[in-house]
Structure formats: C-alpha cells, structure tokens
Design a protein around this ligand. Structure first.
Ligand SMILES: C[S@@+](CC[C@H](N)C(=O)[O-])C[C@H]1O[C@@H](n2cnc3c(N)ncnc32)[C@H](O)[C@@H]1O
Length: 279
C-alpha cells in the first residue's frame, strides 16, 4: 500500500500506476517527469531525497496528476520542451513539437551545409521549433517564419527571444508575401486526413485543429505549398517537408511529375515521413 505521505520515489511509483490505469501511454516516464517538476528536483535529487513530500508539494503534484490523468499533454503541464538544441515554451496556442520533427530539422540543416548566410523560410512555424532551431544552429542564416495563427506567432516570437535567436516572423497564408531567393523552404504543415479527427488520441485533441488537418487526404496544404515554392526558391534550392507516412510517397510522385527531384526519408521508427525536393 502507498504510504499516506510518500517520499518522492514512492510518489513516482504510485503516480505511474495511477496514470497506467488512466491509459496514459508512457506512465513511468510521465510520472517521473511530473514529480521532478512538482518538487523542483533533478534526477539525482529524486534518487537521494528520502524526506516525504510536504503538504504544498503534495497538493502541486496532485493537481498535475489529475490533469495528466485527464490526458492533458505532459508538455502542457511542464510548460516547456527540450527540442533539438533549444528549449521551447509550449502552450495550447501551438502544436506540441514532436520528436520525429527533429529529423526534419536535421534534413534542413544538411541542405544548408556549405551555404554561407543561407535564406530560410519555415512555413507554419507553430511554437517556432524549426525556425528557432535552425537559427540557433546557423546564426549566420536569415530565417523567416510564417503562420496564420496570431497566437502561435506570439509564442514563436517568445521562443526565438528565449533562445537568443534572430528570426523574422510573418503572418501569412503559406508563402503569400514570403521572401524570394530562398535556399530552403522547410515545413511541417497540417497533414492528417480530416477523417482522423474522429479517432484522435486525447492528447492530440489539445493541439489546435488548424495545426493538424490537411483536407480529405491530408495533402491540401502540402500541395499548395509545393506549387508556391518554386517562385520563392532560388535555382537548386530545397523544399523539405514532413508528411503523414500514409501519403508521403504519393506526394513524392506528384512532385516528380511536376519536375522536382524528390527524395523520401524515414523517421526514427523506419517509416517514410519526409521529402526533400529540389528543382
Ligand atoms: C503541424 S503544425 C507545425 C508546427 C511546427 N512547425 C512544428 O513542427 O512543431 C502546422 C502549423 O501550420 C499552421 N498553419 C495552418 N494553416 C496554415 C496556412 N495556410 N499558412 C501558414 N501556416 C498555417 C498552423 O497554425 C500550425 O502552427
């Protein structure tokens, strides 16, 4: 039985069991993260502290536990996420940056290797993840980021400042009004088929719908983006996209038919998820 006033390690075990019962996908990881956050402990502190939680700590943890049990995303509860080499504030204003998108970041940075002072556009920047991480890795780059959500743009601006990066933000529908002469257009556009709304995981329902759904087959925005990109890219410039594994090969074929040279790349679980294309 869990003691009435647990130590931090006991609190992790009890919370993990509670989150597992609620169907939370990674109960051990999340319980540990929430206890560290509620108590302001490091991992080492968690191992060495044997004094029980005081009343204030217990109340803070209980509030977080109840929200995670109700499937509020862990990142919303922690308020921030380490992503690439940057730390991003996360709120319901923008999609929680996903680990798989770090592969898109690496593809983007690879495309810029050897290009001095590259001009880069991140379309649909959300928290600013891609734009801020590119600007952080390449301080010589001229990075612009767009979104149609004012709330997302405000958050992205804050994240650029927090990480000491230089990014220009633009309220724009895809590439309308965006710079020309770009070396790279990178985007993780809304790409889920509309029908996925029905079965979205509880956590995903906390992301803005505007960030998720891309029409009947999910490709509406990616297709428009690819149609607009040539006018903004310099010759030999790269379009780098994240897409749903279910339709990435489909768009790659469409791009090749439209004269692009397109490569498909896997995510870390071996599923095709990214396209880099030049023309
Ligand atoms: C999947 S989220 C990606 C956010 C961020 N780039 C990331 O990878 O975490 C897609 C973003 O595109 C934005 N968006 C949706 N429609 C757009 C449009 N027509 N033009 C520009 N941005 C758009 C959404 O507001 C959202 O922030």
């Amino acid at each position: 039985m869990t003691p009435a006033v647990p130590t931090p390690a006991q609190a992790v075990r009890a919370l993990a069991a509670r989150l597992a019962r609620a169907g939370v996908p990674s109960p051990d990881h999340d319980a540990r993260a929430l206890v560290l956050h509620a108590l302001g402990l490091t991992t080492a502190g968690l191992l060495t502290r044997i004094t029980p939680l005081n009343a204030e700590e217990a109340a803070t943890l209980e509030a977080l536990a109840a929200r995670r049990e109700a499937r509020v995303p862990l990142q919303h509860l922690l308020g921030s996420v380490e992503w690439g080499d940057v730390a991003l504030r996360v709120t319901p204003a923008a999609l929680v940056p996903r680990p798989e998108t770090e592969v898109l970041l690496h593809l983007a940075l690879s495309a810029l290797r050897g290009v001095p002072e590259p001009c880069v556009l991140d379309v649909g920047t959300g928290t600013g993840a891609l734009a801020v991480a590119v600007a952080h890795a390449r301080p010589d780059a001229h990075v612009t980021a767009t979104d149609v959500s004012d709330d997302a743009l405000a958050l992205a601006r804050e994240n650029a400042t927090r990480n000491g990066t230089r990014v220009a933000f633009l309220h724009a529908d895809l590439l309308h009004g965006a710079p020309t002469g770009l070396h790279l257009v990178v985007s993780n556009p809304p790409y889920l088929p509309d029908a996925d709304r029905e079965n979205a995981d509880p956590e995903v329902q906390h992301d803005p719908p505007l960030a998720l759904y891309g029409g009947a087959d999910g490709l509406d925005l990616a297709r428009q983006l690819a149609a607009q990109a040539p006018a903004h890219l310099r010759p030999g410039g790269t379009l780098a996209l994240e897409l749903d594994p279910r339709n990435v090969h489909h768009l790659a074929a469409e791009l090749r038919n439209a004269g692009w040279s397109a490569r498909v790349h896997d995510d870390l679980t071996g599923r095709a998820r990214f396209i880099t294309a030049t023309r």
